[in-house]
Design a protein around this ligand. Structure first.
Ligand SMILES: Nc1ncnc2c1ncn2[C@@H]1O[C@H](COP(=O)(O)OP(=O)(O)OP(=O)(O)O)[C@@H](O)[C@H]1O
Length: 508
C-alpha cells in the first residue's frame, strides 16, 4: 500500500514537471495558435463544414435565424421528442421549436443536413441602444463540403420562402386605420391596428369565375414578381380600382385579397388627413406586404373641383364641412392635392417599401378625375357588377349548399333569365338567402319571386323614363325634332358602349 502511494506521488511529480516544462516551452499564445492549427488541420481532413446563424446580428435581429426557427418548427413537431412551444402576438397558431442544444436532420434535394440549436449564456452586456437577451441563441448548420454550393445557392432561399409562407398562414391579418385625426399613439405611430378577421375569400366571393381567375392570376404574378419588378426597374407595387354600385362586394374583394396574400390592410381615411406631408408620413409608416385602401375615393376628395378651377387642388375641408383654403402646391394648410395623392401612389415616396398594393374604391367612376384613371395609375380597373347568373350560383352554393344539379331545371332556367334584368346586388341576394336558409326550396322560390318583381320594376322604370323623355321632346319646338332624333340615336350608341364597358374588367 505504501509503495502504491509512493508511485502515485512520483507520477504526480512528473506530471507537474511536464506541465511547468510545457508552460516554458509553449507559452499560452503559442498554445492557442497550436490549437487553432490543429483545428484547421482537422477541418482540412473533415468532410463537413459548418454555418453559424446567430439570433442577433450585432444589434439587429437576424431574419435568417427567425426563418430557420419557423421552417424547422414544421418538421420538429413530427420528429422531435422534446420541443419548445411559443405563440406569437396576434398569431392564432402555436409554433414548435427545437429545444436548447438539440439536433434535427433535414433533407433538401436529396442532400442531408443537420441543424443544431445552440444556446449559451451571454458573457457580458456590451453597450447597445437596446438590451440584448441574456441567452445567446443560434443555429449551426452542418453539411457535407461537397453540398456547400447547393446549400448556399438555394437551400437558404428556400427556407426564407417557406418561412414567409408559414408566417402568412399562421399570422392573423392586421387592419390599420388613421381615424384618430392625425394624432400619434404612445410609440409615435400614426396608425392604430386591430386583428383583421374578415372571412371573405375568393371562394366565397360571388362574381364571374373568369373575372375572378383573372384577378387571382394577377395577384399571384404580383406576389411572385420580385424578379420581374427588379429586372424591369419598376417599383414593386400594384394598383386596383374597384368600382360598381354599393353592395356588389368591393370591401369583400379587398378582404379576400388580403386573406389570399396574407397581407395587412391599411384603411386610409383621407378626410382625417390634412396635408400632403401628413399623407406622406402615413405612407412611410406602412409596412411591406400590405394593401393600402382608400374607400369611396369620390367622397373623400372633391375631385370635381378640378373642372371648375384653374388651380389643381382639391379641398377635403369642404367634405368635412370646413372652408375652402388657399393654394397648396406642396402640401400647405388643410388641403390634400390630387398631385399629393398621385405622389402617394406613384411618386418616389411610394417606393419607400415594397410589395404593396393600392386599392381605391368608388361607386361613381364617372366622378373621378381622368388623372386617376390614366394608364399606369391604377393597373387594373375591376367592375363589381350586379348579381350575374354565375355569381348567383356561387351564392346559392355558399348560403344554401345548393349545386346546379340540385335545383329543378325549370327554376334554374327562370333564375338565369331574370337575374340580369333584375339588377339586384349580391348583398341583397345574400340577405334573401340568409333569411330562408333553413328551407332551401322556399329560399330559391322567394329569390325567384324577388328577382321577377325587381326585373318588372326595372322594366317599368325604363319605360317611364323613356316616356318622359319623349314628352319632353314633344314639348320642344318641332323644328328641333330632327336634331333630337339624331341626338337620341347617338345617345343610344353611347349607352351601348357603356354597357359593354360595364361587363368587362379593364386591364391597363
Ligand atoms: N360579390 C359578393 N360576393 C359575396 N358576398 C357579397 C358580394 N357582394 C356583397 N356581398 C355581401 O354583402 C355584404 C356587403 O358587401 P360589401 O360591403 O363588400 O359591398 P361594397 O360594394 O363594398 O359596398 P359599399 O360600396 O356600400 O361599401 C358583404 O358582407 C357580403 O356578405
Amino acid at each position: 500500500m505504501k509503495e502504491y502511494w509512493t508511485s502515485l506521488a512520483s507520477l504526480l511529480g512528473v506530471l507537474a514537471f511536464c506541465q511547468t516544462l510545457l508552460q516554458v516551452v509553449f507559452p499560452p499564445e503559442l498554445r492557442f495558435a497550436t490549437f487553432k492549427l490543429l483545428n484547421r488541420i482537422s477541418n482540412w481532413f473533415s468532410s463537413y463544414c459548418y454555418f453559424d446563424i446567430t439570433e442577433i446580428d450585432g444589434v439587429n435581429t437576424n431574419e435568417l435565424y427567425n426563418a430557420v426557427q419557423l421552417y424547422l418548427s414544421s418538421s420538429v413537431s413530427i420528429t422531435g421528442s422534446r420541443l419548445s412551444l411559443t405563440r406569437a402576438l396576434n398569431s392564432s397558431a402555436i409554433t414548435f421549436g427545437l429545444s436548447n442544444n438539440d439536433c434535427i436532420v433535414d433533407a433538401y434535394k436529396g442532400v442531408t443536413v443537420i441543424w443544431e440549436h445552440i444556446v449559451t449564456q451571454r458573457q457580458s452586456q456590451t453597450f447597445s441602444w437596446r438590451p440584448l437577451p441574456e441567452e445567446k441563441r443560434g443555429f449551426t448548420l452542418r453539411i457535407k463540403k461537397r453540398d456547400k454550393k447547393l446549400i448556399l445557392d438555394s437551400y437558404l432561399d428556400y427556407i426564407m420562402e417557406k418561412a414567409n409562407e408559414m408566417r402568412r398562414k399562421n399570422q392573423d391579418r392586421l387592419l390599420y386605420t388613421n381615424s384618430r385625426g392625425g394624432s400619434l399613439d404612445s410609440r409615435g405611430h400614426p396608425w392604430e391596428s386591430v386583428p383583421f378577421k374578415h372571412p371573405s375569400t375568393f371562394e366565397t366571393l360571388a362574381m364571374d369565375p373568369v373575372k375572378k381567375d383573372e384577378i387571382l392570376k394577377d395577384l399571384v404574378d404580383f406576389a411572385n414578381g420580385q424578379g420581374f419588378y427588379q429586372k424591369t426597374g419598376r417599383a414593386w407595387k400594384r394598383g386596383y380600382l374597384l368600382y360598381g354600385p354599393p353592395g356588389t362586394g368591393k370591401s369583400s374583394m379587398i378582404a379576400a385579397m388580403a386573406n389570399y396574400l396574407g397581407y395587412d390592410i391599411y384603411d386610409l381615411e383621407l378626410t382625417e388627413v390634412h396635408t400632403n406631408s401628413e399623407l406622406r408620413k402615413l405612407l412611410m409608416k406602412t409596412s411591406s406586404k400590405s394593401i393600402i385602401v382608400i374607400e369611396d375615393i369620390d367622397c373623400s376628395l372633391n375631385l370635381t373641383n378640378r373642372k371648375n378651377s384653374s388651380n389643381t387642388y382639391y379641398d377635403v375641408g369642404e367634405m368635412r364641412g370646413g372652408c375652402v383654403s388657399g393654394e397648396d402646391g406642396a402640401g400647405g394648410n388643410n388641403t390634400i392635392t390630387l398631385s399629393g395623392l398621385l405622389n402617394f401612389t406613384d411618386g418616389l415616396w411610394s417606393c419607400c417599401g415594397s410589395e404593396r398594393i393600392f386599392v381605391f374604391t368608388t361607386n361613381h367612376i364617372e366622378k373621378l378625375d381622368p388623372a386617376l384613371l390614366r394608364s399606369g395609375r391604377m393597373d387594373m380597373h375591376i367592375y363589381m357588377s350586379y348579381c350575374s347568373f354565375p355569381a348567383l350560383k356561387i351564392l346559392l352554393k355558399n348560403y344554401l349548399g345548393i349545386d346546379e344539379g340540385d335545383l329543378d331545371c325549370a327554376v334554374l332556367k327562370e333564375l338565369e333569365d331574370v337575374v340580369d334584368k333584375a339588377e339586384m346586388t349580391p348583398a341583397d341576394v345574400s340577405e334573401l338567402l340568409i333569411k330562408n336558409r333553413r328551407d332551401k326550396e322556399k329560399a330559391a322560390r322567394e329569390l325567384l319571386e324577388a328577382l321577377k318583381v325587381m326585373a318588372e320594376r326595372r322594366a317599368k322604370n325604363a319605360e317611364d323614363m323613356e316616356e318622359e323623355e319623349q314628352e319632353k321632346r314633344a314639348l320642344e319646338s318641332p323644328k328641333q325634332g330632327c336634331e333630337f332624333q339624331e341626338e337620341e340615336e347617338s345617345c343610344k350608341e353611347g349607352k351601348g358602349d357603356d354597357e359593354k364597358d360595364d361587363n368587362s374588367t379593364i386591364e391597363k
